[in-house]
Write a new protein. Sequence first.
Length: 419
Amino acid sequence: MNAETKMKIMQADQKQNGQTFKKLLLKKRIFEIFYKEGSKPIAEICELTSSSIPSVTQIMNEMTAEGWLMNVGIGKSKGGRKPALYDLNPEAGLISSIELSRKYSRLGLFNLHNEQLGDIVEIAEGLDTSESIIQTLKAELDALWKRNNVSKQDMLGLGVTVPGLIDIKTGVSYSYPQFGNKPLSEYFSEHFGLTAVIEHDTKAMAVGEAWFGLARDKSNVLFINIGSGIGLSIIINGQLYHGHSGFCGEFGHIQMDPEGDLCYCGKIGCLENIASGAALVKKSQELIEGGKSSIISNIVAKDTSRIKLKTIIDAANQGDLFAIELLEEAGEYLAKGISILIHLFNPEAIIIGGEMADAGNLITDPVRQKLNKYTMMRLKDDTSLLLSDLKERAGLLGTLPIVVNNVFTVKDGNTLLSC
Ligand SMILES: [Zn+2]
């Protein structure tokens, strides 16, 4: 039974009512437990769902017949007979994932054990640089499926991360008019022929961190994505916070320098204009063209238009003083902003992710040092500053639980229940 057929059974179940609805809720809960925690015996599922052995056994038998679950061996005995262990069949449904950025895009293919199939495909085209980015993505996704001998029928869904402002109520992008007035999920579902779920890029990265990275087992975490821009995700009491309309986290657009340059958002002196990858690239280009000496010139063979944030980080990691000072200065302004966040949110951890995470101590040291200057000691000591270890995979991985949750979202009249 392929993923498409299994989902049709699920949708048919959803149309029924009463007893079936209750059963479906339990099915969703069981699926969720296996997806999140891995293999378990029936007795533990009964405990975790507060359900009887006969009802759990019946549903798990059904899920096994449909191909969602499989027997994966024998577990440890807790006194009596050793129990049979069950787990999700990793191939029961695959997830295609797309990370769309302003200047680049990434594609990945994953199974239900969150294992990556094949390579992460990197495309040097993004929303700001290509008008035909959707066609390019379709072609690359088809090629990725072919290389892995899978097809559309094997997919549970498509997860897409998009930058900019997305209205959480209407699902419409306010930053990219090319998607029209349609909810982004509809736009991508139509273009790719798959059920698509959309999340804002930095928020998806935070979901990735919460499920698979350093935010796992933490409840109050701030995630700062520093790439060409600067974004923030807020996890409060274990839940991703979206704000009134979904626009929260525009950390890059708080004013740091009233005398600063005009930002593309229309305001003056934004943090993003000073400490983002795009800002550091611009500054390094101006200074190097003005005669500043740095190994960056050698790395790009004197063609400053080729400088990227990665170039600056590579140079700094090789001990280049100019690049180290650029990062230090960015760190000072980031620390100013981060100290405001610590005073407001009292987070357990702040995770720095995105491309900037590759700078390691060269970015965290200056931030830490300046946090001493700007932050009340009691609050500062309560927060750990961490570097993401998922790095560029955080966004793609973050779409996986969102797609899985969407497949098993249960509709009962007007009530939408989700994980
Ligand atoms: Zn701005």
